[in-house]
Design a protein around this ligand. Structure first.
Ligand SMILES: C[C@@]1(CC(=O)O)C2=NC(=C\c3[nH]c(c(CCC(=O)O)c3CC(=O)O)Cc3[nH]c(c(CC(=O)O)c3CCC(=O)O)/C=C3\N/C(=C\2)[C@@H](CCC(=O)O)[C@]3(C)CC(=O)O)/[C@H]1CCC(=O)O
Ligand SMILES: NC(=O)c1ccc[n+]([C@@H]2O[C@H](COP(=O)([O-])OP(=O)(O)OC[C@H]3O[C@@H](n4cnc5c(N)ncnc54)[C@H](O)[C@@H]3O)[C@@H](O)[C@H]2O)c1
Length: 211
């Protein structure tokens, strides 16, 4: 099999459908919600977590069995019921309309897999084993998570802010700007106003402005 194409998808306000509302489908729906998706759930029964999300207006829950035509108009569909034939019918319908699909526990019926994720703010490290061993993906996630400092997200936010400052001052993507951006992407860059990388970026900005 070819290797999977790794990508980070923007789901903000995209209409996504999750069929099923048990523990497994719930986890899949929450992953979509974290990315800002507009999530609809179809299932006759829902676990407490999906019920709470529906009550809070965070998902739209249609309390019934899935029917032909339900996938129309969605950007992405997750088939997460406990009935493989139902999941496959949902996938077949969605695929015919070029909608991205994932059927839980049924790799041939997935166009994409969920990854195992280490998260620190906007930083995400996604691990995939292409379905070879989800348990290994989980183990690696825990190992990386234990090694990555808790404040990496704040550090990234700071570096992002400084990068925007530098790009504003130096709109040309020249070697010098690239060098500075690499200097910023170091551990020493911090929120302190006198941190070395920040000072350097400011000095450079002042120099460019003087030119
Ligand atoms: C990453 C993660 C994300 C998530 O689920 O959101 C995820 N599975 C996770 C955990 C996990 N899943 C399973 C176990 C038990 C141990 C084991 O089987 O190894 C554990 C570990 C545990 O929880 O103990 C069982 C399992 N999973 C799949 C099958 C079907 C098959 O293999 O045929 C079976 C057998 C079912 C059975 O028959 O028993 C299939 C898929 N699971 C995937 C994703 C996709 C491939 C990911 C990849 O490997 O790259 C894929 C292909 C489709 C998909 O679901 O997208 C999440 C990590 C959470 C974390 O980080 O902690
Ligand atoms: N629970 C686990 O630990 C676990 C682990 C690995 C894999 N899985 C697999 O994941 C799948 C789902 O597991 P679960 O624990 O979330 O199941 P579950 O029984 O808790 O939930 C199933 C959900 O599917 C819905 N459903 C059933 N028929 C439907 C239909 N025709 N239309 C719409 N919705 C329908 C139910 O209403 C319910 O919300 C199963 O295939 C299971 O084998 C479960």
């Amino acid at each position: 099999m070819s290797s999977l194409f790794p990508m980070f998808l923007k789901l903000d306000s995209r209409r996504c459908l999750v069929v099923g509302a048990g523990r497994i489908a719930d986890g899949k729906a929450e992953g979509l919600l974290r990315a800002g998706a507009d999530v609809t759930v179809i299932a006759p029964e829902a676990n407490d977590s999906v019920r709470a999300l529906a009550a809070a207006g965070r998902v739209t829950w249609h309390q019934r069995e899935v029917q032909a035509g339900d996938t129309a108009g969605f950007f992405l569909v997750v088939a997460g019921t406990n009935v493989a034939a139902v999941n496959r019918a949902v996938v077949d319908e969605a695929r015919a309309a070029n909608i991205l699909v994932n059927a839980v526990d049924d790799p041939p019926y997935c166009d994409f897999y969920y990854g195992s994720i280490v998260e620190r703010g906007d930083l995400q490290i996604a691990i995939s084993t292409a379905g070879e061993s989800p348990a290994l993906a989980q183990r690696l996630r825990k190992e990386i998570d234990a090694q990555l400092p808790a404040n990496t997200g704040e550090w990234l936010a700071e570096v992002g802010k400084l990068r925007r400052e530098v790009i504003e001052m130096e709109p040309a993507a020249n070697d010098e700007r690239k060098w500075i951006l690499h200097q910023l992407a170091q551990r020493e860059t911090c929120s302190k106003d006198d941190c070395p990388s920040r000072t350097m970026a400011r000095e450079h900005a002042a120099e460019v402005t003087r030119k």
